[in-house]
Structure formats: C-alpha cells, structure tokens
Design a protein. Sequence first.
Length: 466
Amino acid sequence: MEQNASETNSIRVGDLDFPPRKVWMKTYGCQMNYHDSERMLSHLEKLNFTATDDQGEADLVLFNTCAIRDLANQKFYSHLGETKPLIQKKDVIVAAAGCIAQTEGKDLIKKYKQLNFAFGTDVIDNIGEMVYRAYAGDKPFSVTTWDRSENYSIETKITHGSPQAFVNIIKGCDKFCSYCIVPFTRGREKSRRLDEVVKDVKRLVEFSGIQEVTLLGQNVNSYGKDNGESLAQLLGELDKIEGLELVRYTTSHPYDVSDELVAAHGTLKKLANHLHLPVQSGSNTVLQRMLREYSVEHYLGLIEKMRQANPQMVITSDIIAGFPNETEEEHQATLELLKKAKFDFVYAYAYSARKGTKAARGEDVLTDDIRGRRLREVMDVQEDVQAEVRKGMEGKTYRMLVVEKGSFKGETKWTGRTSCNRLVHFTPSDETDYLWHWVDVEVLTTTAFSCQGKLVADFGKNNGRA
Ligand code: 5AD
Ligand code: SF4
C-alpha cells in the first residue's frame, strides 16, 4: 500500500484518505493473543489509528478472541452484543480476530450484523488490507486462510515503551491433546529460523531498549524441530547478547523437555529461573486419555532434574479438574501430585468441552457440580502447598525488574518480577521513580499469593550499565 502524508493529518492509502482515528481493542486469553494484539496495533498505526480505552470514542472496535474454554467464548459474545447501541449512534467498524474467528469466522459474520469482518490467527499481518476493505465499503467478510509458506518469518513489532518484549518463535501446535482446541485454531507447528530470531532480539536490544524477552509459542520447546534447530540452541545464542538481561519462554510441553534444555537451565546466565510446565493431571490413566504422552513419574523426574541443574528453579503448572469420566481416585491422584511437585503456582481450570476435540465426542458422566468441587479441592491443596513454598523465600534476596507502581492503604508500593517469575512488593523510603529499575529486594513476609520485601540495592534502569 502506498502512503503519503497530506496537510490535513490524513494518510492517503490507495484510493482512500485515512484521517486520525481511534481503535478500541479487547483481548481475551493467552500471552500469544496479547502479543498478536500489539502486532495488530502496530499495523493499524500505519493507517493513522491510535489506541483508546474508551469504546465510546472508537472508530474501530476490535475483539481478539480466545476459544480455549467456554467462559472465554461467552465473554466475547456478550461483549459483542454490547456493541449494538454503539454502532447505532455512530459509524463504527467492528471486527473479530483470534481463535473464535478462526473456526467460526463465516458464522459470526452471518449471525452478528454489527460485524464488518472476522479474521483468523494466521492472517493478522493483513489487518491493514482488511480495514482498508471495510472503509472501501466491502460487504461483511471473513478471512480464515492458513499461511501456506514454508517459512515462518516475521519481525517483532512493539508499540510500548517498556524494556520487556514478547517474541514469537514458533506458532501452532501438533500435539492434539484430546481436550484442546488450539491445534484447530492455531494450525500446525512452524518455527522461525534461529538466525532470524537472534537478529530480531539483537535489534530489539540495540534499538528499542529491550532488556527482557519472553519467547512465545503454544508449544515453545518444540521450537526448531522442522529446521534441525532447538530451543536449547537458541537460548545459548541469546545468552551471548550484550545488554539483554533476562530470557523467559512459555509454554512448554513435558514431552519436549530435552536433556539439553535441562542443562541450559544450569549453565546459561540470562535464562530465567522459571519453567511453566503444564502437567494437567496427576493420574496416569487420565494423562493417557488426554493423549499427553508422558507419565506422572516421568514428569516428576523432569522437574527433579531441572531443580538439580539449577537449585533456584521455580516450577509452575496447569491443571484441568474434572476431565471427562475422571474417577474420584484419579482426582485424588492429582491432589497427591500437587503435594509432591510443590509448584510455585498453578493455573487450575474446570474441564470445558470444546467442539471438534476428541474428548468432547464421547459420553461424560461428570456433572458441573462435581467439576466445581474438584476444582476447589485442587485450588485448596495448592494454596497450602504454595504458602509453604513461598515461606521458603523469606530472608532471601532476589534481583528483579520493577514493573509497576501502586498504592496499598494510601502507601506507595513498587512491584517487581523476579527471574523466577514471582511478584515482590516493596515500600520505598524515598521519592525515587523505580519503574524499570533493576533492584535487589530481601523478602520479609509471604502468603500463598503475595510477597513483601525491602529494597536492598538499586542498580538503576539498565542494571548498572551506562
Ligand atoms: N478445558 C479446560 N482447560 C483447558 N485447557 C486447555 N483446553 C482446556 C479445556 N478444554 C487448559 C490447559 C492448558 C491451558 C492453557 O488451558 O490446562 O495448559
Ligand atoms: Fe493444547 Fe496440548 Fe497443544 Fe498445549 S500441547 S496447545 S494443551 S494441544
């Protein structure tokens, strides 16, 4: 698309003028979706859009949807319904992106008259053309095609001013866990080349002041398989980048945790002391029905190896409570696993049947009540484990990046995120603006859900580098 700035602050693109406009975006779901939203915003900025938090002043209303559980779906449908009065008042373009749009795009357009277009997860880089079509007066349309090119090649786009960036390194998922919709909404696995990622991160560090990166993928530790490369290799290369302080990655599958990856956690200086490794269930029979391809014993062995390689290692996980036909005994096995694994945090969900997945096809004897009770039991057991794990932090000192200023009972509190992914709060003794400073904090008190510390050292914005 050709672009020329005109005197009216409008941008001329093809046959249309794009005056300054506002986009209101609502993102549901995982970090991948949030990162996609940021990418879409960066494309929209080229069409003269700026973001707004006020839906009332929006010219473009964009939903980036999530299909992982029914709750996320319901939220989107109800928010979409609420846009009706808005479009009656003024000329607004409404669009839906993301995982629901990928599988339901055509139906959404038919059913919701306020929608101008819907598009899937593999065409977000074409959002400019789609917005253009909408302003050119095209009838409502949907685009849910897959990118068929051999390579997954992109450049990370950031629109924020923070020193943290997400970097997509692999898209899609080939695992087809029996409960999961992701392989249908995100397509097959495709990795970026290692050289490209390293160049991308170097550029972010050098030109955008990025100091912390989180490598993203639905199945991030499957990275590179298609190209004879690996996540451990990539982490080794990123470790050498001067100016980069911390590297995280998420989300991993236990099946793809290699010995090299375990070793990397013991040797690499910049790799975070944290691994999010969803276990889903503590019962081998449930894991088999989930098609997870590992046993509880294998999983526990893996996290033991990680902790041996790096004694600072903190492990978090995901649990699905009430998988179809889960017996009481199988559920109890999950509670036992939580006590053994000593996770630092667990995202626990009640199983939610997703149309098209294997698990949703058969019969299921469990009721919502049973699922709800099991979910509560998982959370209760984990809360006790977590309180104990967090107690172990007391008296220890952690390096962290300050990410937020808040207030608690009228007192200023700064919050930072440690390498092991814990949030620690501290009360300042002076007026310094600590945002994006690297600091050391000593943890004084903890509960299952919060850690309070005191500032021990302040290294400033670049961790002491000029
Ligand atoms: N029901 C409940 N939880 C699910 N997850 C994925 N699919 C479902 C489902 N159908 C959970 C898994 C996964 C996390 C991102 O969402 O725990 O790790
Ligand atoms: Fe879903 Fe399993 Fe793929 Fe994770 S690994 S995205 S749970 S299919």
